[in-house]
Design a protein around this ligand. Sequence first.
Ligand SMILES: [Fe+2]
Ligand SMILES: [Fe+2]
Length: 285
Amino acid sequence: MSEKMEGPSLAERAVEVLTTADARAKCALSRRHAAAWFAAREAGTALPVGRAAPPDRPARPARPELVSPREVPRRRPGSRAGRIALLHAIAHIELNAVDLHWDIVARFAHTPMPAGFYDDWVKAADEESKHFNLLADCLEAAGSHYGALVAHAGMWRAAEDTAHDLMARLAVVPMVLEARGLDVTPEMIAIFERAGDEQAVAALKVIYAEEVGHVAYGAKWFNFLCGRHDLDPRETFHALVRRHFHGTLKPPFNEEKRAEAGLPPDFYWPLAEEGAAPRGPAGTA
Ligand SMILES: [Fe+2]
Ligand SMILES: [Fe+2]
C-alpha cells in the first residue's frame, strides 16, 4: 500500500459516517467514502484499513424520536397514513443498516481480513445509503419526511450484543436480521403495488434485489472465518445466534432468496421459534 495515499484510512472514514447525525448528510458521506474506497482499489492503491474507535452508538438526528417498540403505533397498511408509517419504519431500518456496515468495518479492523471483506461491507453501506435516500424521497413525495414519526429505539441492540465478536456480528446482523428482510419485502412490495405507488414499488424492488447480496456477504465471511478457526459452520451459527440474538426466527422463510444468498435451510429452520414450528412448505417470493 502506498505511503502517499491521500486522506483518512477506511476505519477513520467509517467513524466519520458513524459520528454524522443528519441522515441525508450521513448517507452522502457514506457514498463519498465508498466511491473513494473503490476508486483507490481500481487504481491498485487501496486505502489502508487503519484503526479508529467507533462510537458505542452512532450519531442520529434529533428526529425521529426513538421510542420502545410498544410505543410505535401500528397502522393498517391499507390506509395512506399506514403506508407512510411503513415507509418511515423501513427508512429507519436502512439508516441503521448504513451505520451497521460502517461499524463492522471500524470495530473489527484489528482482525486481519482479505481486502474483499472491506469491498463487500463498503458496497453494502453504499447501497444502504441509496436505500435510505430512495425511501426518504418516497416519504417526501407523500408530503412527509424521515423524522416526522417516531421510530424503534432498539435497532442498535444487535450491534451492541455482538460488538466483541465478528462471527457473532455476521451471524446476527446479515444472516438473521437482513435475511429476515428477504422474507418480508415481497409482501411490502405487494402493499404498494395495490396502492398504485410506483415510486415506492421501484424503491423496494431495488432494496429487495440488493439485500440478497448483503446476506450473501454475511454467509461468505462467516464461512471463511469458520474455515480459519476449523469450526463447523452450521453448529457455530446455531450456538452464536442462540447466545447473541434476542428474538425469534419466524417462518415463513423466503427459501429461494435465502438459498441464493448461501443460507441453507438447516441453518435457520432449527432456530425457528426454537422447534415450535414444524418444517413445511414456506416462502414468500
Ligand atoms: Fe438496505
Ligand atoms: Fe442490507
